[in-house]
Design a binder for this molecule. Structure first.
Ligand code: ADP
Length: 350
């Protein structure tokens, strides 16, 4: 599957390269047409002016010679024509060199501009392909596991009721995972397509709702969630999505922190922003992983995490999409083995 996807990505890269060349040729064609039209007009106007200038200069001498009926008039006219055609040839040469330079520099500039204009599309396209590949991989894993286990159970000749029950329980667990995963994917698609509707909401209420949602999880690990420093701050927000985003961050803080540890939530209001800080004393995140944890399906030390803590690496990317739909941002600072602080920053007027 990975090889097929890599091949697909390579093919797409090639087609983007071709598209860049096509776009660059198009740009270059426009530059060349403008340059040629300009040079042609310049040549016509300049050579007319040149001719008129030279004739005007030599005109009075010609008149004198003509009056005296001197033979020199022929030579003068010949020289006059020669000067004009030499000047015209020089003009043509200069224009040719200028056009050649425009062609070369225009070609390079066009290619650079074409690459620059296509790059964001290429990146978005690549991200979309990877996302689809990751999503289908994540969807397929529990389905395959469920199928293999169920087939084994069915072919077991000594199948007991107890074993059958266990199998059905395991199937339900896998189905729950699939439900969560598809809900997450749907949520991402919805935010990507429609954005979020907002209304006046108190940040304090949102934090309290999120805390009460995760409280059973924290209590099962005997952890304390400290919300003493909360302030009432009213902003325009989508209450449900923002609560879910905070639930994700809080859930992670609980998941990746030891038993009996403390998680602290503080809110802060500046002139233009409201900040919600969630700090834990957990395992922390290595500097190498920090820039990636908001990426879709990214999980730190995947082999270790998947067996220890459940999750798909979608939570933080959904939280980020929600916060960004509010025109805010979410950042993290972390020290391995000390803890992490996630900061959600939202504009007060959005
Ligand atoms: P997951 O479903 O794996 O929790 P997330 O998108 O919520 O996915 O998080 C991505 C990764 O970021 C996690 O796998 C985890 O390694 C890391 N992470 C997130 N929050 C914390 C935290 N508070 N402490 C340590 N690691 C964290």
């Amino acid at each position: 599957l990975v090889i097929i996807l890599e091949k697909k990505i390579k093919m797409k890269q090639n087609s983007f390269h071709n598209a860049s060349i096509k776009l660059a040729s198009f740009y270059l064609m426009i530059i060349v047409v403008i340059s040629l039209v300009f040079s042609f007009s310049l040549y016509n106007v300049s050579s007319n002016e040149l001719e008129r200038g030279i004739r005007r200069q030599t005109g009075p001498v010609g008149q004198v010679l003509r009056n005296r009926n001197v033979d020199l008039i022929e030579d003068l006219l010949l020289e006059q024509n020669q000067t004009i055609s030499e000047a015209q040839a020089r003009l043509r040469n200069n224009l040719f060199i200028i056009n050649l330079l425009i062609l070369v520099s225009g070609g390079l500039l066009s290619y650079y501009l074409a690459r620059r204009s296509l790059q964001p599309i290429e990146e978005a396209h690549e991200a979309q392909s990877r996302f689809t590949a990751d999503a289908s991989h994540e969807l397929r894993t529990p389905i395959t596991a469920m199928r293999v286990e169920t087939e084994l159970t069915l072919t077991d000749k000594k199948l007991t009721l107890q074993k059958a029950r266990e199998q059905l329980k395991s199937n339900i667990e896998e189905l729950d995972k699939l439900t969560n995963l598809s809900a997450g994917l749907l949520q991402l698609a919805r935010i990507d397509n429609n954005g979020l509707e907002t209304s006046k909401t108190d940040i304090k209420d949102i934090v309290n709702t999120a805390v009460s949602t995760v409280l059973p999880h924290a209590e099962s690990k005997k952890q304390l969630i400290n919300t003493k420093k909360l302030k009432t701050i009213i902003i325009n927000a989508n209450e449900i999505s923002l609560t879910e985003a905070l639930v994700t961050v809080l859930d992670n803080a609980i998941k990746y922190s030891p038993v009996k540890s403390v998680i602290t939530i503080t809110t802060l209001k500046t002139k233009q922003h409201v900040k919600i800080m969630i700090s834990d004393n957990g395992v922390g995140i290595k500097a190498l992983d920090l820039p990636h944890i908001f990426e879709r399906f990214y999980r730190v030390d995947q082999s270790r995490n998947k067996t220890l803590v459940s999750g798909y690496g979608l939570g933080l990317s959904i939280a980020k999409a929600v916060v960004e739909a509010h025109k805010g941002n979410i950042t993290v600072s972390s020290i391995p083995n000390k803890g992490s602080t996630f900061t959600v920053s939202l504009p007060i007027k959005n």
